[in-house]
Design a protein around this ligand. Structure first.
Ligand code: NAP
Length: 190
């Protein structure tokens, strides 16, 4: 499961659990990206903060893991490098489901080596109900599995805005993550 996770929230966690059950996955590995290929480094929180929040949020689910594979790899985070690393780790004896938000897949055509990536894993796009699926390219609509997740009306952008405006974020994300945000003073000025 790829994402920036700035911060991780209940929508991401519900998506992961739903995908695990629906696709009978052995586990879900959360992979916070170091620097997404399409964002500036200073637009997002420090990799270590995003990693720690992801660990805090997932620690009570025995099927969830967090990987530092992208955080440890210098430069831009390309999904193809990550998928290849996992295939190598598991001796190519696994089927990989690449789960992320549907909006992220809108530009998949422009991702680094996207044609090769498509052949290496099954894409799973998580959307909120009412999302206009026509936004997805016809070519990809046929091969991407779509999951409608009501909890995805929660968004990291909205949580960051709420913190900045001094509004409540309780229950939108795990308590441990909420406490971490306040302890480290994240999102006050973003
Ligand atoms: P994004 O533009 O930050 O997010 C797009 C939308 O998807 C947002 O609404 C976001 O909501 C949601 N989303 C993101 N991750 C999600 C998840 N795991 N579950 C459910 N919803 C999710 O996209 P991004 O996070 O930067 O990229 C997503 C993944 O695609 C990452 O793994 C990234 O490395 C990969 N990617 C790869 C390439 C490439 O290889 N060239 C290029 C672009 C993206 P929230 O803000 O609430 O999360």
């Amino acid at each position: 499961m790829g994402g920036v996770f700035d911060p991780i929230h209940c929508g991401h966690l519900f998506t992961a659990e739903e995908a695990r059950v629906e696709f009978k996955l052995d586990k879900v590995i959360f992979v916070p990206c170091r620097q997404p290929a399409h964002k500036r480094e200073n637009d997002i929180s420090a990799p270590e903060d995003r990693y720690l929040m992801t660990v805090l949020a997932t620690s009570n689910n025995q099927f969830f893991e967090v990987s530092k594979v992208e955080l440890n790899r210098p430069g831009l985070s390309y999904s193809i490098d990550t998928v290849k690393e996992f295939l190598k780790k598991y001796n190519h004896r696994v089927k990989i489901f690449f789960i992320t938000g549907a909006d992220a897949f809108l530009e998949v055509d422009s991702w680094y080596k996207s044609e090769e990536l498509i052949k290496l894993c099954q894409f799973v796009a998580a959307t909120r109900p009412g999302y206009d699926l026509n936004k997805l390219d016809e070519k990809f609509k046929k091969i991407i599995k779509i999951m409608e997740i009501p909890a995805l009306s929660i968004s990291s952008t909205d949580i960051r805005r709420r913190v900045r405006e001094g509004k409540n974020i309780k229950y939108l994300l795990p308590q441990e993550v909420e406490e971490y945000i306040y302890k480290k003073g994240l999102y006050r000025k973003m």
